[in-house]
Design a protein around this ligand. Structure first.
Ligand SMILES: Cc1cc2nc3c(=O)[nH]c(=O)nc-3n(C[C@H](O)[C@H](O)[C@H](O)COP(=O)(O)OP(=O)(O)OC[C@H]3O[C@@H](n4cnc5c(N)ncnc54)[C@H](O)[C@@H]3O)c2cc1C
Length: 243
């Protein structure tokens, strides 16, 4: 590695390049001729004004850990079942609808998340936002917080945003050298990058500085996929290890 050339032709002399491109990790890896086995999942969240104070301002993150069917009226159920695009909403839906208060004791905002579609997707920006998501996430929390029903009559205006979880098959991040001299990678932190990035940043910095590596360094190295024993483990893990 002697330099990085930008699309505009500008060149930066450097002996070190760190691929920390988040959802574009694989694409930037391809620029180096390196296959980085990660994929992206779209994850959305919806924020509402909880004017009725259904969620206590001192509540922790609340997670409904059961799978569930949503309670629709007969008319709603028939209408949803008719359309191939909405039929799935009448069946068994995954666990893990969650909610937490956002802001201090005087704020009213609550944030709702429910991961309903975890299939790999191409990262596009801005991420596509499903207009039905806020209501579905709200309905997914009603078994946990029945008083949320009050909002079904008249949904408060939601604010929806989201992004991508970039992850490896076993949901374990990467922080290591790449097989190109001077190139490193840090990423695939999935849905826990805010929590894990300080430690992973320290790990990739230790690699760059040729410092003493912690015992756990091999678990975050891309070369783990070349180990036949690790491949056997991967084959035997059916769980997505989503947090
Ligand atoms: C809805 C949602 C909720 C989440 N909640 C939590 C949570 O509660 N706790 C938690 O710990 N984590 C959470 N996460 C996960 C966390 O946000 C991510 O793991 C983390 O942001 C990943 O950081 P990153 O630096 O790898 O990628 P990013 O933050 O995506 O940064 C990548 C950067 O690379 C840049 N880039 C990309 N391509 C190029 C290129 N070709 N050239 C130059 N620059 C480029 C991008 O512009 C971007 O600035 C959540 C994620 C989502 C989507």
């Amino acid at each position: 590695m002697s330099a990085v050339r930008l699309a505009g032709g500008q060149e930066f002399k450097t002996s070190v390049f760190v691929n920390a491109a988040g959802p574009m990790l694989a694409e930037v890896g391809r620029m180096l001729g390196v296959d980085i086995p990660v994929f992206n999942e779209l994850h959305l969240k919806a924020a509402f004004n909880d004017a009725h104070g259904v969620v206590g301002r001192d509540a922790p993150l609340l997670i409904y850990t059961d799978e569930q069917e949503l309670d629709w009226s007969d008319e709603e159920r028939a209408w949803l079942a008719e359309d191939a695009e909405t039929h799935w909403l009448t069946g068994q839906l995954p666990s893990s609808a969650h909610v937490r208060p956002e802001g201090g004791t005087h704020a009213e905002t609550i944030i709702l998340l429910w991961d309903l579609h975890n299939e790999p997707v191409e990262a596009v920006f801005p991420p596509p936002l499903d207009p039905m998501y806020p209501e579905i996430a709200m309905r997914g929390l009603i078994k946990l917080l029945p008083k949320l029903c009050v909002y079904l009559e008249r949904m408060p205006k939601p604010y929806v945003d989201g992004g991508y979880y970039t992850r490896t098959q076993e949901n374990r991040p990467l922080a290591c050298p790449l097989p190109v001299e001077g190139a490193f990678v840090i990423g695939a932190m999935s849905g826990y990058g805010i929590m894990s990035s300080p430690a992973l940043g320290e790990l990739v910095a230790a690699h760059i500085a040729s410092a003493r590596l912690p015992d756990y360094a091999p678990y975050f190295n891309l070369n783990r996929y070349q180990d036949p024993e690790y491949q056997k483990l991967l084959d035997s893990w059916s769980d997505s290890w989503q947090l």
